[in-house]
Write a protein that binds this ligand. Structure first.
Ligand code: 6PG
Length: 265
């Protein structure tokens, strides 16, 4: 059933401005959720783009760290490579280096995907962790307060890669997904879980993403080829935080640096 989503995109001049805005969005989402119900549950992506954002969140000289009651923040991952947590490719390791080692987030609030395990076992254990943390019953989906996504230059998001089996996993919360192009296994949240979140935003930087971003947003709906097109939040709202190079092939943003697209998919 096609649905219309409103995509707001915000264009920043450089990585520092982009990362500071992302840090503010994450901080605001945490503040609002904690104020509303005493806890914030946020799922973050890995890769390279969010590094600076996480550094800014942890930096005591920046305004973000002290705005967050870390004891009430529960941190989850959108996806993880099937490697040990100390591996250079581990998303957890990147987050530990940039953020977790610098803030007082209780260990119980860090819900790590166990990349060191057999992929399917890790996925099943993550589903159990989600059911436990969100106190899910039956077929309920977890509703994250915020999901932070990246986008690969092949149009993947999370670890939902083109033509991979994970794209069809709609009855699971998290799955093991084999990525042929990388000859490797990943653990990933499924796209229904991501779409169920209260807030979802993509953080995308770099000229290498400009063409694929235009295809994802303005091209025909072909999610097998461009899995990022599967991200259609139930809220009807999707935000993109872009630098000027990633946004280069989109309709020019307004004088305030923002633009809006209405997509029916
Ligand atoms: C991962 C990420 C992945 C990432 C994109 C963009 O595990 O790599 O979760 O989905 O967001 O690949 O990665 P960059 O930010 O490095 O371009």
């Amino acid at each position: 059933m096609p649905k219309t989503i409103t995509v707001h995109y915000y264009v920043k001049n450089d990585l520092e401005m982009l990362s500071a805005t992302a840090a503010d969005w994450i901080t605001s989402a945490a503040e609002q959720a904690i104020a509303a119900c005493g806890v914030a549950r946020i799922a973050i992506s890995g890769g390279n783009t969010p590094r600076r954002t996480f550094e800014l969140l942890a930096d005591p000289a920046q305004p973000f760290r002290q705005r967050i009651d870390w004891s009430r923040l529960q941190l989850f991952w959108v996806d993880e490579r099937c490697v040990p947590p100390e591996d250079k490719d581990s998303n957890y390791r990147m987050t530990r280096e940039t953020l977790l080692s610098k803030v007082s987030l209780p260990a119980a609030n860090i819900v790590r995907m166990e990349g060191e395990l057999d992929p399917e076992e890790a996925a099943s254990r993550y589903e159990s962790a989600l059911r436990n943390k969100f106190r899910l019953e039956g077929a309920e989906l977890p509703r994250f307060d915020l999901v932070l996504l990246g986008m690969g230059d092949d149009g993947h998001t999370a670890s939902l890669f083109p033509h991979s089996a994970g794209l069809d996993s709609m009855m699971r919360l998290a799955v093991a997904n084999h990525v042929e192009a990388k000859n490797s296994w990943r653990i990933t949240l499924t796209w229904p879980v991501i779409n169920h979140a209260s807030g979802v935003f993509f953080l995308i930087q770099g000229a290498s993403k400009a063409d694929v971003l235009r295809n994802v947003l303005l091209g025909p709906y072909q999610p097998e080829q461009y899995p990022s097109q599967l991200i259609r939040p139930e809220s009807g709202e999707l935000r993109l935080l872009l630098d000027t190079t990633a946004a280069a092939k989109l309709p020019p943003a307004g004088s305030d640096g923002s633009g809006v697209l209405e997509l029916t998919r």
